[in-house]
Design a binder for this molecule. Structure first.
Ligand code: TXA
Ligand code: MG
Length: 348
């Protein structure tokens, strides 16, 4: 499935998936960031079914995915020069723009807001699907293919695990396309270009494409979101969380916290990136000590540790440097109420 798909030789699975989308059904598909749960962006009922499957509030906007070279002015009514420059630099790829929504595009896709999120992914299977769907002229609305608030999927098996009910014959999801493990591993960088005159470019969600990379193209550093900015679900305080509580622990405190927890009879899973041979954990996943490798394995690691059903997942806190911004953002939300959880377990 990972091979590049030529237009004259489109696999039947892709054609079937494109037809299912055209018929208003849901299809899960791989992207280079995470797997998406897709529907025809211009079919409000199909978009509503995404919300139903995810258990997500319907005022949360979803990203519209388009094929390489598709006409972005069909979706957005003003295309600023900044968008053109970023498209030239980063598309297809893990970057989403928020632009002013064209009047004929249903509001359902943007949770009623007057903007629209657009992205052209680089995964070959996503490109094949988007090129086959409506002859490459359509848009596929797709949030990450997980239940609301849960860890995003980076493999087809994660999607099937998330949507056990919905992938049954006759269920809400018609097909799950398998494109192997997502290369990037965390969701796309989102930059809001819809209020340039008043706010300049705003970084709504950090990701693989960094603020510095955006600044190099834009000539200005994108601002951080203010309180008045539209709420993006990936920016809610608690998100991307496994079922087991996640607690981030500073490297220097780890041995002590582990000892205290084990003295209280607690079981623990550990996600490390430095070596900790002295610690005995009930489950252990070691991630690469670089932000790109760490992002690639982060969600699969959290899911694997979740399966150990320990009392807590301890995550060795990462450096606070800019290059770690994307993964630190996801970990902070996965470990949102972390300190309270730890206090309770230690009975302090
Ligand atoms: O990498 C990704 O972006 C993945 C893959 C599937 O493309 N998709 C993804 O979708 O992460 P989702 O729905 O889980 O997150 C989309 C984010 C949300 O935080 C949403 O609120 C924001 O994009 N968003 C989408 N349209 C928006 C809009 N018009 N205004 C503000 N935020 C928007
Ligand atoms: Mg999501």
């Amino acid at each position: 499935m990972r091979s590049v798909v030529s237009k004259t030789n489109v696999p039947l699975e892709i054609i079937a998936a494109a037809q299912a989308l055209e018929a208003g059904k849901l299809v899960a598909f791989p992207t280079e960031t995470v797997y998406g749960l897709g529907a025809d962006a211009e079919n409000p009922q199909a978009v509503a079914n995404i919300y139903a499957a995810k258990g997500r509030p319907s005022n949360h906007p979803v990203i519209v995915h388009i094929a390489p070279g598709a006409d972005i002015s069909y979706w957005a009514k003003e295309i600023p020069a900044e968008a053109e420059k970023l498209i030239a630099a980063f598309w297809p790829g893990p970057l989403t723009f928020i632009l002013k929504r064209a009047d004929h595009i249903p509001a359902a896709v943007s949770g009623g807001q007057d903007t629209v999120g657009i992205r052209c992914p680089s995964h070959p299977v996503a490109i094949a699907l988007l090129s086959a769907f409506k002859g490459g002229k359509g848009g596929v609305a797709a949030p990450s293919a997980n239940k609301f608030g849960h860890v995003s999927p980076t493999m087809a098996s994660h999607v099937i695990e998330e949507f056990e009910q919905e992938v049954q014959p006759g269920g809400l999801i018609a097909q799950v396309l398998d494109g192997g493990q997502s290369e990037v591993g965390i969701e796309s960088t989102i930059v809001d270009l819809s209020r340039l005159a008043t706010h300049g470019p705003v970084l709504l969600r950090p990701g693989h494409i960094s603020a510095e990379q955006l600044a190099a193209v834009l000539g200005v550093m994108p601002a951080s979101p203010d309180a008045a900015a539209p709420r993006a679900s990936g920016t809610l305080d608690a998100h991307y969380a496994p079922h087991t509580p996640v607690v981030q622990v500073a490297v220097g405190e780890l041995d002590d916290v582990v000892q205290q927890l084990q003295a209280k009879g607690r079981t623990l899973a550990l996600m490390s990136y430095l070596a900790h041979p002295a610690i005995h954990a009930d489950a252990w996943r070691h991630l690469p000590n670089d932000p790109v490798g760490y992002a690639h394995d982060l969600y699969a690691g959290l899911r694997e540790l979740d399966h150990a059903h320990a009392d807590v997942i301890l995550v060795e806190a990462l450096p606070q440097e800019k290059i770690w911004q994307g993964v630190n953002d996801r970990l902070r939300r996965a470990a949102f109420d972390s300190r309270d959880v730890l206090e309770k377990m230690l009975g302090n």
